[in-house]
Every structure is written in structure tokens, then in C-alpha cells.
Design a protein around this ligand. Structure first.
Ligand code: PEP
Length: 252
């Protein structure tokens, strides 16, 4: 990792977390950090929207920031069931994940919509974690770089930059499967994304590029040390305080 980019370890709790266990997890993370764990990276957890405010309150005064998992493009209006970036900020979030592959797959989210959501995040003062990644079929067809390059170009709005935007490269086939690309494959994609960012807009190459997909305590150190990897987006392992802290302890 380039020393100019501080590592970011982000936890995506997905649709997991009733109030009591979510608060217990938040408090366990806070206690770990207070005890000197996870000292190097920046930390963020993204709980379900229903407990963002409670988790933000539990983590107030700690080094752990809170994020949302998605936002609507609008600030308010007739969009039943949706949440705006402004609402997430109001609840205590400072970050939001956009374009996660589960949202792209489950809700048909396009690059254009993801870019609009990232712009909405910026409008509300939130940093956006913009997710991209190829499917297994795309990788098998040798399309990985073409796919992630297209997603990258299409999912970043004007106004994005290293201060308000983080990229998360998450191979779809590695999410929740226990499978990961080889370190050489991770380095290849991250290096490619770094170059593409520079080509898209000089300065964008300073954006952090996280790796996501089955990051666990036993593979985190190697993945986080791969070239051009600036942190991790962690799903399943972020639901256990000890695992998330161990991954964060592995950050350079
Ligand atoms: C994710 O969904 O963002 C993710 C990386 O999940 P997991 O770590 O469980 O593969």
C-alpha cells in the first residue's frame, strides 16, 4: 500500500443486526479499540439502517465511524421504504456503501444509478464506498478487467475524489463463498483500477481501493499487503468483533 493512503477497514453487516446484538457488537468493537486493537487503519461499520442511530450513539467518541449500506438518489420525497443520504447522515452515518453487488443483482442497480447514489452521498456530506466486481462467468470468459473498468468509469460521479470516495473491488464470486482470488489476481485488478482512475481524472488515482470478498483473519494480512490494496470491505467476518478486530490488526 502507498503510505499516503491510510488503510480503511469497513464492515458490512448486511441484513443482520437486531438492536441488542448490534449494540453488543458495537460495544465489543469499541472496547477492543479502547484497549489498543486495530490501531493503524481507519474503521467503519455499516449496520442495518434500523440500528444506525443506536450504533452511532454507542460508538460516539470512539475511532469507529458508522455507515449506511445504500441510499436513494433523492434528498426526500415520495419513495416509500427508501432512505436518503441526508437521513443516514442525520442518524449518525458519515459513510455509505453504494453499488454493492447484492444491490446490483437484487435491485437491478446500474452503474448510472450507482453514480447518482454516490453523488447523493456527497451532497449529504457522506463519503461513498463504491463497489464494483465481476461475476464468475465474466472472470471465466476473461472479461474481468473490461467489466470492472466499465463499472469504475460508469459508477463515479463528477465531484468524486479521494476525500469523499473509496472504491471497493469485490469479485461477486468471492462474496460469502470462502473463495478469494490469488494475490496476483488481486494485485492485477487493483493495479489496473489505479491506472484507470488516473486516466479517468488525474488525482483520482489517490482514491483508496479496498478489496472485498471472504476476507477473514487468516487471509487478511496477505490480502492487505497486496499491491494497491488500501483496506478491506468485510461482510461475514465483520459480524464477530474478534474477527473484525483481527482483520483490522492486520492492516499495514
Ligand atoms: C461483502 O458483501 O461486501 C463481503 C465482502 O462479504 P464477505 O466478506 O462475507 O464475503
Amino acid at each position: 500500500m502507498d503510505s499516503r493512503r491510510r488503510a480503511l477497514i469497513a464492515g458490512n453487516w448486511k441484513m443482520n443486526g437486531l438492536r441488542a446484538p448490534a449494540l453488543a457488537l458495537a460495544r465489543a468493537l469499541a472496547a477492543g479499540v479502547a484497549g489498543g486493537r486495530a490501531a493503524r487503519p481507519e474503521l467503519v461499520v455499516c449496520p442495518p439502517a434500523t440500528v444506525i442511530a443506536a450504533v452511532a450513539e454507542a460508538l460516539a467518541g470512539t475511532r469507529i465511524a458508522v455507515g449506511g449500506q445504500d441510499c436513494h438518489v433523492g434528498a426526500s420525497g415520495a419513495h416509500t421504504g427508501d432512505l436518503s443520504a441526508e437521513m443516514l447522515a442525520d442518524a449518525g452515518a458519515s459513510v455509505v456503501i453504494v453499488g454493492h453487488s447484492e444491490r446490483r443483482a437484487d435491485h437491478g442497480e446500474t452503474d448510472q444509478l450507482v453514480a447518482a447514489k454516490a453523488a447523493a452521498a456527497h451532497r449529504a456530506g457522506l463519503a461513498a464506498i463504491v463497489c464494483i466486481g465481476e461475476t464468475e462467468a465474466e472472470r471465466d470468459r476473461g472479461r474481468t478487467l473490461a467489466v470492472v473498468g466499465g463499472q469504475l468509469a460508469g459508477s463515479l460521479p463528477a465531484g468524486a475524489g479521494p476525500a469523499n470516495t473509496v472504491i471497493a473491488y469485490e469479485p461477486v464470486w468471492a462474496i460469502g463463498t470462502g473463495r478469494t482470488p490469488t494475490l496476483a489476481e488481486v494485485a492485477e485488478v487493483h493495479g489496473f483500477l489505479r491506472e484507470r482512475l488516473k486516466a479517468l481524472q488525474p488525482g483520482w488515482e489517490e482514491m483508496r481501493i479496498l478489496y472485498g470478498g471472504s476476507v477473514k483473519p487468516d487471509n487478511a494480512r496477505a490480502l492487505l499487503a497486496a499491491a494497491n490494496v488500501d483496506g478491506a470491505l468485510v461482510g461475514g467476518a465483520s459480524l464477530k468483533a474478534e474477527d473484525f478486530l483481527a482483520i483490522a490488526d492486520s492492516a499495514l
